[in-house]
Design a protein. Sequence first.
Length: 136
Amino acid sequence: MMDSKNMFSDAQSITTSAASETILDFGVADANLGQGSPLIIRFIVEETFDSAGDSATLTIALQDSATDFGGSHVLLQTEAIAISATTIIKGGYIPDIKIPDRHLRYMRLYYTVAGEAFSAGKLTAWIDIGSGEGDS
């Protein structure tokens, strides 16, 4: 279920490398989610990604920071997703990212574009509750 307070990106245009539109604040310096249902980040491709030479790739990193991104480090990162006629299309699938049980207070996504810039492409990304079975 989407909740606007748990969204990193809302149909964010991604043509070059950039941080997500929103930094989420978990409210405590050393967030510990503990046992229970895992939290995951889900994605919806709102606009098909395209590049002139079809050589662009997208990598998504989950970053956390103690100080609203005065300094950050990567918690998790996806494999580079290459562009072709069948990948990163509107309504397409990008694997969920499971949020680690322990992380720092602030969290964002960082979208790294490599190879060449995208000429089009939009993503929505938000935190959701995973089932604990088969979630990435």
